[in-house]
Design a protein around this ligand. Structure first.
Ligand code: GAP
Length: 474
């Protein structure tokens, strides 16, 4: 058995993208019109995988805790929000234009491709280096001057298109929490420390969307703004850092592929006093998966100034009003999905000549879209099909398993196994003649095949629900 994630030069990404399309996980956005760069659509299995990943997150960070308040804020926000936060003035990437083709490139990406590490460099430094090293565009043409390019997607609200009707599709979900801080405090009177959490869409006009769902223009984030007293920021930062690792464990991905990076002074966002990036070894290299930032009191203070609304909090212990500080764990949904799929992608060489290699997704049962598939051994034996349908329906009745059990009687058993392996189904259950009592010793038992080992076991029907539910808890 071989996990094909190690080499950045192999074609693992192509195989993953092809499997995702073939099996109904992820399709190119607007595909029949030639696509729309940086957008992807989730198919029937992709959406189940996404729901499982989001539900695990919501459970760990919201429903299992008493100090978290879930919200779901509007994507469109008053443009003043983004003026206060500094996004209108400074949420930008450095860009350079090919003077001939007019194609635009990220300056930092061009420098990286030419062996320069651009971390911590100013726009001016990067521009000077491009010129000093006489770096050309990937098409071999002269480049223009480097400039900043704002990543926010702008739109107009209402019938009149003027400056007063400008709105932006939010570039992060975070601000939905800051602008609702006062609402939640007024409704629930939470004691510090407490957090606001949400899962939702965000939009960035990325200059170079790439690497499948890694860098996209329409993304989803799972974010928490956790409010603390200033003097307690470091201990809360640590406990959220630990919870981020626990969530990564929930996903079942190989922890050796996840690495922390302490982000240096010149590379942190303007609002952050400390940032740790969680990086993952993707097939195309080690890249950012999540971020944990100490945002200080920057956002609440900026919004208080911008909105002229008092966003302080009455600290009963101190008997005074304070502006809480904030720790932000931020998770990209798409990057989580890509890490889960890339980590799970396995290829097993063919055992015999003429056989195809076995491809399977070694999903943890918790995230697998389908936990078990039920088959009749033969499609043309009505008594087997009926019994298999009964098993399928009884498993589906269980509220935990509902929606995660499949029925398959297409093709032969070998083909069904291959299909379920490719979508990462941990268990395949086969109803055969023994189940019906041909061999009385095995009456009302079925074979259960384990995806990873290929080993089959006979299990009494009445134990099936427990077996599958135990796998979901593990
Ligand atoms: N609120 C803080 C914030 O948005 P960020 O580092 O810009 O910080 C947080 O983004 C996370 O969102 C990233 O760690 C990544 O998982 C995800 N993300 C950001 N930009 C993305 C993009 N263009 N495509 C996919 N995911 C993205």
């Amino acid at each position: 058995m071989e996990n094909k994630n190690n080499s950045a030069k192999d074609n693992t990404m192509e195989k993953i993208i092809s499997l995702c399309k073939r099996r109904g996980f992820i399709y190119q956005g607007s595909e029949i019109y030639g696509g729309l760069a940086g957008t992807w659509d989730y198919g029937p299995l992709g959406v189940e995988l996404k729901n499982n990943i989001q539900n695990l997150w919501w459970k760990r960070f919201v429903t299992d805790r008493e100090d978290m308040y879930g919200i779901s804020a509007a994507i469109l926000m008053n443009q003043e929000v983004w003026k206060s936060t500094g996004h209108v003035a400074g949420f930008a990437d450095p860009l350079v234009e090919d003077l001939k083709t007019k194609k635009r490139y990220r300056v930092d990406h061009l420098l990286e491709a030419n062996g320069v590490d651009p971390k911590g460099m100013s726009l001016e430094d990067m521009d000077n280096l491009l010129k000093e090293k006489k770096i050309k565009s990937p098409d071999g043409n002269q480049l223009g001057d480097a400039r900043q390019f704002n990543l926010m997607l702008k739109t107009h609200i209402g019938a009149i298109e003027d400056d007063s009707s400008i709105s932006y599709l939010r570039p992060e979900t975070a601000q939905g929490m800051f602008v609702n801080f006062k609402n939640v405090v007024d409704s629930f009177h939470p004691k510090l420390p407490f957090g606001l959490a949400q899962i939702g869409k965000a939009f960035r006009n990325e200059i170079a969307p790439r690497d499948f769902i890694f860098r996209v223009r329409e993304l989803e984030q799972m974010e928490i703004e956790y409010f603390v007293k200033e003097e307690n920021w470091a201990e809360n930062f640590e406990s959220l850092r630990e919870e981020m690792w626990n969530y990564i464990k929930d996903l079942g991905i190989n922890l050796e592929k996840v690495h922390e990076l302490e982000v240096g002074d010149g590379d942190r966002a303007h609002y952050s006093k400390r940032t740790i990036d969680f990086e993952f070894d993707f097939p195309f290299g080690r890249k950012e998966l999540y971020g944990l930032a100490y945002r200080t009191d920057f956002d609440l203070k900026s919004h208080a100034t911008g909105s002229k609304v008092d966003l302080s909090y009455f600290d009963e212990e101190a008997g005074a009003r304070i502006v809480p500080h904030c720790i932000e764990p931020s998770f990209g949904v798409g990057r989580t999905i890509l890490a889960v799929i890339a980590d799970a992608y396995m290829e097993e060489p063919a055992k015999e000549e003429g056989e195809e290699p076995r491809v399977y997704l070694k999903f943890a049962p918790k995230v697998a879209p389908t936990v078990a598939a039920v088959f009749p051994l033969l499609k043309n034996k009505p008594e087997l099909v009926q019994k298999a349908r009964d098993v399928f329906n009884s498993l589906r009745k269980d509220s935990v398993l509902a929606g995660r059990i499949a029925f398959d009687d297409n093709g032969n058993i070998g083909k069904r196994y291959r299909r379920q392996d490719e979508i990462g189904t941990p268990f395949c259950i086969t109803v055969d003649f023994d189940t019906l009592g041909e061999n009385p010793e095995n009456k009302d038992t079925v074979t259960v095949r384990n995806r990873d080992t290929g080993v089959q076991e006979r299990i009494p029907l009445h134990d099936l629900t427990y077996l599958l539910k135990d796998a979901l808890i593990a």
